[in-house]
Write a protein that binds this ligand. Structure first.
Ligand SMILES: *Cc1c(COP(=O)(O)O)cnc(C)c1O
Length: 458
C-alpha cells in the first residue's frame, strides 16, 4: 500500500501553525507533528491530507496556544466565584524586583511579613498576626503548633466540608489533634463543651458554617460564653471564621455577621480566615490574635512550606491600605457590592438597547446575585440582568470569546447578571455578546456539516 503521510516539515511550516510556532517555538510544534504522525502509523492510517494533519496538530497545541489564565467578564452574579479565582484581583503591580526582605534603612535582611503584619495588627486591633498560603493551611498550622497530641473540642453542627477536599475532621487528624465532638447537628449547648473538657484539652474550636445555613430548632452558645468557658478552664479558644468578614454587611443589603474584630473582642484567642473571600484580597490564610498562640507557628517546621508568595503580600498590603484609609472603592469586590440596583437597572437597559440594535433579542430582568465563596449562605443581593435566549452553542461561544464572558444558565435562558460585572466592562460585554451571537451560527453550521469524515488520532 502506498504510504501517504505528509512530511514533517510541510506540516510544521504550514501558515495555519504560524502563531503556534511563534508562541511555542519550532521544537514544541515539531514534537506535536511527530506525535501525530506516530499515532497515524500505529493505527495504520496512511491516508492523511496535509490539512487534516495541520488541523490535528493545531488542536493538540490549542491548550498551549490560547491564553493560559485569561481575564474574564463574570456575568454569573456570583461575586466570589470559586472557578473564577474568588475575589476579583486588584490591579497587578509592575514586574521586577521588590524590597521583600530588606530593611532599607540599615541594609540588613528584613522581615518578609513585616509590612502586612503591621497593617493587620492596626486594622484588626490584634496583638499579633500571621499570613500563610490559605485558610486551610492556617488552620492546620494553628492546630499542629498548639495542639499536637492533645484534644480539641468542636460542635457536631460545625464539622464542615468546604469542598475541594477540605474536611475539618481530616485536617485535625493530619495535624495530629484528637477531635472531641460535642452536641448534636442542630443543637450544641455550653454544658456540652463543659463536660468534654479534660486535662488533655488544648482548646475549643468554633467553625463558621460557611456554605450552608442551619435554621429551625437550633442552638449554639455565643462566642463570648465559649471564650469565657475556655478562659476559666485554662484552654485556648479559636474561631475559624473563614469568610474574612471585617465590616458591617447591612449597608449592602446582607444580614450582619460577627466580624473578625467582634470575635476578637468577644475573647477569641485567634481568629483565622481567607484573604480572598470577604477581605477581597489575594489567596491567603490570615491569623490574627494573641502572640502566645501565634508565636509557636513561626517556629513550626512546616511554616516555610506554607509561606505566601511576594505577589500575594503586595496585593494584601494594598487591600489593607484601602481599609485603613476607609476607602472601600479601592477594593474591586466592594466596588461591585456598592453598585445600587438602580444603577444596575440603567446599565442593563443600555446593554439591551445595544444588543437589540445589533440584532440580538435581549431583555432586562430582575435578578438575585449572591456573594458566594462560602460566605453569607442562603442570602441574596438584588440585581438586574440581561436575559438572552439560550441558543445552542451560545454559552460556549461566550466562554470562548475575547474577552470570555461567563453567563448564568437558568430556565432555558442565559442570564448576564450585572452585579458581578464592573461598569467599565459594559462596552466590552456588549461587543462580546454580539460576536458570540454571530459565532454560534457558524458553529452550528460547522457541526451539522462535518461529522463522520473528520479523522481523530488520539
Ligand atoms: C473557606 C473556608 C476555609 C478554607 O479556606 P481556604 O482559604 O480556601 O483554604 C476554611 N474554613 C472555613 C470556615 C472557610 O469558610
Amino acid at each position: 500500500m502506498e504510504r501517504r503521510l505528509p512530511a514533517v516539515h510541510k506540516v510544521l511550516h504550514h501558515p495555519r501553525l504560524a502563531e503556534a510556532r511563534q508562541k511555542l517555538g519550532h521544537k514544541t510544534v515539531r514534537q506535536a507533528v511527530r506525535e501525530f504522525l506516530t499515532a497515524c502509523r500505529a493505527q495504520s492510517n496512511w491516508h492523511v491530507s496535509l490539512e487534516e494533519a495541520v488541523e490535528n496538530v493545531a488542536s493538540r497545541l490549542e491548550s498551549l496556544t490560547c491564553a493560559s489564565y485569561p481575564s474574564v467578564i463574570n456575568a454569573t452574579g456570583v461575586l466570589i466565584h470559586t472557578n473564577l479565582g474568588r475575589a476579583p484581583r486588584l490591579e497587578p503591580p509592575a514586574g521586577g524586583y521588590l524590597a521583600l526582605e530588606l530593611e532599607r534603612k540599615t541594609g540588613r535582611r528584613g522581615e518578609r511579613l513585616g509590612p502586612v503584619r503591621e497593617r493587620l495588627i492596626r486594622y484588626f486591633g490584634s496583638e499579633d498576626a500571621l499570613v500563610v498560603t490559605n485558610n486551610a493551611a492556617a488552620l492546620f498550622l494553628l492546630l499542629a503548633a498548639n495542639a499536637r497530641g492533645r484534644e480539641v473540642i468542636v460542635s457536631r453542627g460545625e464539622l464542615i466540608e468546604i469542598g475541594g477536599s477540605f474536611r475539618l475532621p481530616q485536617i485535625m487528624e493530619e495535624a495530629g489533634v484528637r477531635l472531641v465532638e460535642v452536641g448534636c447537628t442542630n443543637r450544641t449547648h455550653l454544658a456540652d463543651y463543659q463536660k468534654a473538657l479534660s486535662p488533655n484539652t488544648a482548646g475549643i474550636l468554633q467553625v463558621h458554617r460557611s456554605n450552608f445555613a442551619l435554621t429551625g430548632f437550633v442552638a449554639s452558645p455565643g462566642t463570648s460564653s465559649l471564650a469565657q468557658l475556655a478562659q476559666e478552664a485554662g484552654v485556648r479558644f479559636w474561631v475559624d471564621q473563614g469568610s474574612g468578614c471585617h465590616l458591617d454587611l447591612s449597608p449592602f443589603g446582607l444580614k450582619g455577621e460577627p466580624t473578625v474584630q467582634t470575635l476578637l473582642g468577644d475573647g477569641a484567642d485567634v481568629v483565622l480566615f481567607s484573604g480572598d473571600k470577604l477581605l477581597g484580597g489575594p489567596q491567603a490564610g490570615i491569623l490574627v490574635g494573641r502572640r502566645d498562640n501565634l508565636e509557636p507557628l513561626r517556629h513550626h517546621p512546616l511554616r516555610r512550606a506554607l509561606r505566601p508568595d511576594k505577589g500575594v503580600l503586595v496585593a494584601l498590603a494594598a487591600t489593607l491600605d484601602a481599609y485603613l484609609a476607609g476607602d472601600l472603592r479601592r477594593v474591586p469586590l466592594y466596588r461591585l457590592l456598592l453598585e445600587t440596583p438602580a444603577s444596575l437597572k440603567r446599565r442593563a437597559r443600555r446593554l439591551v438597547k445595544k444588543l437589540t440594535t445589533g440584532g440580538v433579542p435581549a431583555e432586562v430582568v430582575p435578578s438575585w446575585a449572591v456573594l458566594g465563596g462560602g460566605t453569607t449562605a442562603g442570602q441574596t443581593l438584588p440585581s438586574h440582568a440581561v436575559a438572552l435566549e439560550d441558543q445552542p452553542h451560545l454559552a460556549q461561544a461566550l466562554r470562548q470569546g475575547d474577552p470570555p464572558v461567563i453567563p448564568r444558565e437558568a430556565q432555558g435562558r442565559l442570564i448576564l447578571d450585572l452585579k458581578s460585572v464592573f461598569p467599565e466592562q459594559d462596552g466590552e460585554l456588549a461587543q462580546a455578546v454580539l460576536a458570540a451571537w454571530t459565532q454560534r451560527v457558524s458553529k452550528r453550521a460547522r457541526s451539522s456539516a462535518s461529522s463522520p469524515a473528520t479523522f481523530k488520532a488520539s
